[in-house]
Design a protein around this ligand. Structure first.
Ligand SMILES: Cc1cc2nc3c(=O)[nH]c(=O)nc-3n(C[C@H](O)[C@H](O)[C@H](O)COP(=O)(O)OP(=O)(O)OC[C@H]3O[C@@H](n4cnc5c(N)ncnc54)[C@H](O)[C@@H]3O)c2cc1C
Length: 404
């Protein structure tokens, strides 16, 4: 009988355990979990509603997975969103796909997802040992020895490492002495601290902007929310994901350029302003503005362009038009740090993908040692892509162990 130890009862570990238990009933499977209960992060995911996957219809893999897109292509071919949805629905979890592609349980409760996973784990006799933090892994006797904090060590023929994002120095200690290469872990999916005066506009949201990190080609599009600490919203979360390394290397001190009318060319903006001058010559600059830009924000942009909000459109000369046009296309703001995003937070970096067999997710150097989930150098933007990576990886490892 093969002894399989899975380290970490999160999304990837539990999905691997549930599938391995089913397809390989002869394996003796134990999941070791440091926390007091399994699936803690899945429980709070998506604000408690659990955005467990995505239809992947309107997005390329490169845009969804800034790190790991190539490997994800393979993993999704083996176990993609259709298989994921089938897996959960056939276990009694009714699902709903929203218009933006995000997949949730129809109950809008993560407990539907965690319940299905744990039900399957128990059905196949997989043990979950909570309160067991694995301190280190040692290759021993054609297998591995797991040293568990405050408890006797255990032996396993095969080990699956699903410890999640390596966000702290302590979390990487488990790999000490194993000769594995780690891509430096840095945070992803955070909001940006931007000093006053823009924070005076706290509460304003703009449906579509384009953001670019100055000095790089990193950009994102989407809605922007101005908060009392700076910028938030989908465009910012995407930028933090695409620019996770750039921002970390620059100690979260950078400049972000905002294009307030990303759908319009400079020529189109000039025509729009010419239309305001012709159509509303006697009106103040503050009173007529594009529908996409809220009035308070428009007044702020007028200020950035050095224009008096009370001036009449008839007084707008060529130079003023050029200045306003320039600010609408590019308003620069200093980033002074990052802030935690309450709904989701993932780690960019982890075990280097070059060390991993792309089909089995087995370490090339350490046979019988597998990885799945966020511990790998794979991470995604928001939208259910991160959990899908955990399900896909967990499934592929289960299949690989069953056929080894
Ligand atoms: C608040 C929040 C909300 C999120 N919402 C979503 C969402 O809606 N959709 C989405 O796609 N993604 C979401 N994510 C991201 C997603 O939850 C993660 O990417 C995913 O859970 C990663 O799965 P994992 O199994 O790799 O790691 P985890 O789920 O983090 O599980 C790792 C487990 O390993 C355990 N562990 C760690 N070290 C050890 C050790 N040494 N010994 C034993 N056990 C150990 C941990 O306690 C943990 O239980 C969210 C993240 C956060 C923080």
């Amino acid at each position: 009988m093969t002894d399989v130890a899975i380290i970490g009862a999160g999304a990837a570990g539990c999905f691997c355990a549930a599938n391995l238990g089913r397809i390989c009933p002869e394996a003796n499977i134990t999941v070791y979990e440091a926390a007091r209960r399994p699936l803690a992060k899945v429980s709070v995911s998506g604000g408690g509603k659990c955005n467990l996957s995505n239809s992947f219809e309107d997005i390329s893999l490169e845009k969804a997975y800034p790190r790991g897109a190539r490997l994800m292509k393979r993993l999704l071919a083996a176990f993609g969103p259709a298989e994921c949805m089938e897996w959960f629905t056939s276990r009694g979890v009714s699902l709903v796909t929203e218009s933006d592609g995000r997949v949730f349980p129809s109950s809008q409760k993560s407990s539907s997802v965690t319940g299905a996973l744990l039900g399957e784990i128990h059905k196949y006799g997989v043990r979950i040992k909570t309160g067991c933090r694995v301190a280190s892994i040692e290759a021993k006797d054609k297998g591995y020895r797991l040293n568990i904090e405050g408890q006797p060590a255990v032996r396993a023929d095969k080990v699956v490492v699903t410890v999640g994002g390596l966000s702290t120095a302590k979390s990487t200690k488990i790999f000490d002495g194993m000769g594995l290469t780690l891509e430096r872990p840095v945070p992803s999916l955070f909001t940006l601290k931007v000093p006053t005066p823009v924070t005076a506009l706290s509460g304003i949201s703009v449906p579509s902007v384009r953001l670019r990190l100055t000095g790089s080609k990193i950009e994102s599009e989407g809605a922007l929310l101005i908060t009392d600490w700076g910028f938030s919203g989908p465009a910012v979360l995407k930028l933090s994901s695409y620019g996770a390394r750039f921002l970390a290397e620059n100690s979260y001190s950078a400049t972000v350029s905002v294009c307030w009318l990303p759908e319009s060319s400079e020529q189109e903006i000039r025509s729009l302003l010419a239309g305001y001058i012709a159509g509303h010559p006697g009106k103040s600059l503050a009173s007529v503005h594009p529908a996409e830009i809220p009035g308070r924000l428009w007044t702020f942009i007028l200020g950035l362009a050095g224009l008096d909000k009370e001036a009449r459109y008839s007084s707008l000369g060529d130079k003023a038009i050029s200045r306003l046009c320039a600010r609408l296309l590019d308003s620069s703001f200093e980033i002074r740090g990052r802030a935690r995003f309450k709904d989701e937070f993932v780690t960019c970096g982890g075990i280097s993908l070059s060390e991993i067999n792309p089909t089995s997710l087995e370490s090339k150097a350490c046979k019988g040692l597998y990885f799945a989930g966020e511990v790998l150098d794979i991470d995604a933007i928001t939208g259910g892509f991160n959990l899908q990576a955990a399900w896909s990886g967990g499934y592929c490892v289960a299949k690989a162990i069953a056929s080894s």
